[in-house]
Design a protein around this ligand. Sequence first.
Ligand code: PMP
Length: 443
Amino acid sequence: VDNNTEDFAPLFNSYESFHTRNVYVRNRDCFNRPICSVPGAEIELVERKSDDYNWTFYYTGEKIKVLNMGSYNYLGFAENNGPSSRCAIKSIEDFGVSSCSSRQELGTLRCHLELEELLARFIGVEAALVTGMGFATNALSIPAVIEKDCLILSDELNHVSLILGARLSGATIRVFKHNNVQDLESKLKKAIIDGHPLTRRPWKKIFIIVEGVYSMEGTITPLPEIIALKKKYKAYLYLDEAHSIGAVGPTGRGVVEHYGCDPRDVDVLMGTFSKSFGAAGGYVAGPQNLINHLKNSSHSHCYATSMSAPVCMQTKKTLEIIMGLDGTKEGQRRIKQLAENTRYFRDKLKKMGFVVYGNSGSPIVPAMLYMPPKVAFFNRLMLERKIAVVTVGFPATPLAGGRVRFCLSAAHTREMLDRALQAIDECGHLNGIKISKLNPPRT
Ligand code: PMP
């Protein structure tokens, strides 16, 4: 089949057309690199070289051990030498790796129920429900609680899993400016006054969907104002704490604790275990009747294989450590260490002249690189200095909004952070992205 005729839409049109222009191979250099170690404070990568002429990679077979500034291992629990991973290994002997069944059928394990009970206690709500994948938790829980004739007000920078869930729900979706409570309020007011655009009847339900910490910006949602608005306009609130549960708040209870809010003021509390818990999967927490409803209607609960036992045990043990139920202060030590590392790193980066986005409590620290070629160049320069970083560019960011997104971890030592900062400083100079007398900020 000739796909290149004018009457045949190309299979991969928009993404390919941008990336094939001139940065294709260099950009691909940043992604899909094979890893051969745990995603700890250090990580082992397989080295590869690219061939600019036929757009392929050659794997040299050489393993390189580098400092890891990119994984979401916020509390360092992804390491495989602690009590959490020992519990995971032991659980394989008892339960195997897969339940081979959905939760509703033969896939509910005792450890799922124990984890759910503990999680509800930790978060401060009546009940919780865990799912094998964080992405699916959003994509499939939203349609279970929101339907046609409802209105969703969604932050413009919400994660794709939230957007997918919103679209699957069949509700009308309106987007408000990122973290902008004035814009949210004006959209709420308009929604109440106008009602549904076709029927003119009031919306069945209005749902506000936000994240705790935004993973591309490092910004924190203005939760107290959003809760006040949802009460004022009798709307519901769905909060995704993927990047904040465990990592934010004095005892790791997320942005709800960061602001001292009451968790019961958030109608649906969602989070994932793939970050602070060094595991995988997601949860929804809230009132018992919400959880009962999801048990009957969430497609992930009814039709998807349940969370794997080792993943569940890794998560449960980690939660016990965070809550201090193991009799030690290790969990709290790590939460404080993460906050300390984040503060140190963010301050130094700013002093060095980088444009740093986000709020100070966020473990994600993005520094701007701007133009697309710098995204790949910076990544490669850092790798040559034995530091792995995640750089993101178009289409995940605006075209001229490329950035490097550092993820801090409690497992990083001060020496590691200083080593990373020195390399970042050098690469910033080579890339011409630092603000200095020679390179003033554009106005
Ligand atoms: N929500 C947010 C805000 C995310 O950033 C992510 C992925 N990083 C997810 C949900 C999906 O979680 P998971 O990767 O655990 O499936």
